[in-house]
Design a binder for this molecule. Sequence first.
Ligand code: URP
Ligand code: ZN
Ligand code: ZN
Length: 463
Amino acid sequence: MSVLIKNGRIVTAVDDYHADIYIENETITVIGEKLEMDADTVLDASGKLVIPGGIDPHTHLDMPFGGAVSADDFETGTRAAAHGGTTTLVDFAIQTKGHSTIEALDTWHAKAEGKTAIDYGFHMIITDMEDTRLHEMRQLADDGVTSYKLFMAYPGVLYVDDGTIYRTMRKAGEDGTVICMHAENGIVIDEIVKEALAKGNTAPKYHSLTRPTRMEAEGVHRAISIAEVAGVPVYIVHLSSSDALEQVVLARDRGVHVFAETCPQYLFLDYSYYEKKGFEGAKYVMTPALREKWNQEELWRGLKMGDLQTIATDHCPFCFKEQKVLGKDDFSKIPNGAPGVENRMSMVYNGGVVAGRISINKFVELTSTAAAKTFGMFPKKGTIAIGTDADIVIFDPNRKETISVNNACTHHMNVDYNTYEGFEVTGFTETVLSRGKVVIENCEYKGTKGDGKFIKRSTYSGH
Ligand code: URP
Ligand code: ZN
Ligand code: ZN
């Protein structure tokens, strides 16, 4: 199988030039000007950007959480991701407390295998880590699971104490793997939640009002301090506020090995969404919560200056009518999470590049390259070069769309609302190749269930 992409403007995290790309089977084999080569498929990319497929290092598909299961499984979620120009995602396997992490990995392999439209990997969520289980972490790394997520939030559910955090971090550091941290002081937050409920404050907006940014900043500070002592790179997930970012900046200035991601919801939405009428605010109940609007420009500054390295989605969809409603009379029972995997590339291109906040190379770095480097997939993923996987997006920088659950081009996620309903974007995914196979063409899915493969990721290489 061969594909020739002609006349495109190739943009990577560092390059920007016009050339043709020749793909044989799954790999880019030739890049050059005006290539005259026979190919099974020829795609004309005149006037379009040709960029590395997006990498979303933070999704929750088919995830039991908050009394519900996230509404996208590995089939629907990866297909929606492909529509939006994402060709790789890293999801989370969850260790059941008291059980083996290897068992958890098997469970998540069974959920994903043979179902996905694009390639995928797993981080492992650790919920306990006895000394007797530490050896499993080496096996996970050998099996291509080279990062962990730990939670300082959600006491009684996913929360782990500082001792567990330290123990896990020490071993992860020895193995050359990375710790992803949900950094919020869940113990204090739960006390504030109890106070709110005791006063009869049950509406969705109290989800945000009970989670002060200072408690996120405290978690970030603590996570970084423990990681520094334990000797492991730490990656702060879904960083949402200026207070939290300040802690990352201070640590990086000190030379600590800390990275951080933010998400489109924290760049484009704000606290006012919780004030929507009725129960509408429940659509935006996610953790961390949406913040006051002024935080957004601080996050953009962090992205531009390199203190935040990636934009992931934390895609964790729950249907409004059937699932969010669990918290109708008590905001603390609303399943936490929101959809977004499909809309990330357009939202960031429009709000970043079109709005003049970041360069086009930075766009590629934030949505693809940096995640490939941090999570052991570079250079096979995250760039366009000879020998790399042909995960390629032909992106129309001028196409306008209005994101809506009712727009057949912008919503393929298995959920009854869109977080970015009504947002107008310039810049849209036109064609998507996943390891050389065209899987999306003009809003149509051309792939086959099970095209995607599990990626055995490498250990951290110090990028
Ligand atoms: O609200 C969220 N973010 N749900 C998913 C779980 C998590 O904390 O990432
Ligand atoms: Zn989290
Ligand atoms: Zn998450």
